[in-house]
Design a protein around this ligand. Structure first.
Ligand code: SF4
Length: 74
């Protein structure tokens, strides 16, 4: 089953590496995608355009940073 974001995510549409990422992640390995990790944890507005599916470390940092900001007193 393909990723639920496949129609609105810019990565599979990328004319360069898009087909490679689509085959490797979007079609049936979306739970291993860094963009999916941020999307599913923080929501679509928090997924940076530059984040590629194989950037798991960066995705983790985005998620951790968002959690730390939530913990800061208002
Ligand atoms: S790049 Fe990731 S979030 Fe975007 S469609 Fe593919 S699997 Fe889904």
């Amino acid at each position: 089953m393909p990723c639920m974001n496949i129609d609105r995510c810019p990565i599979p549409l990328d004319e360069g590496v898009g087909p490679i990422y689509q085959k490797r992640y979007c079609q049936d390995n979306w739970d291993g995608c860094a963009r999916w990790a941020v999307f599913s944890t923080l929501g679509p507005a928090q997924v940076p355009k530059w984040l590629r599916p194989n950037m798991g470390v960066e995705a983790e940092q985005i998620i951790v940073r968002a959690g730390q900001q939530d913990d800061e007193p208002a």
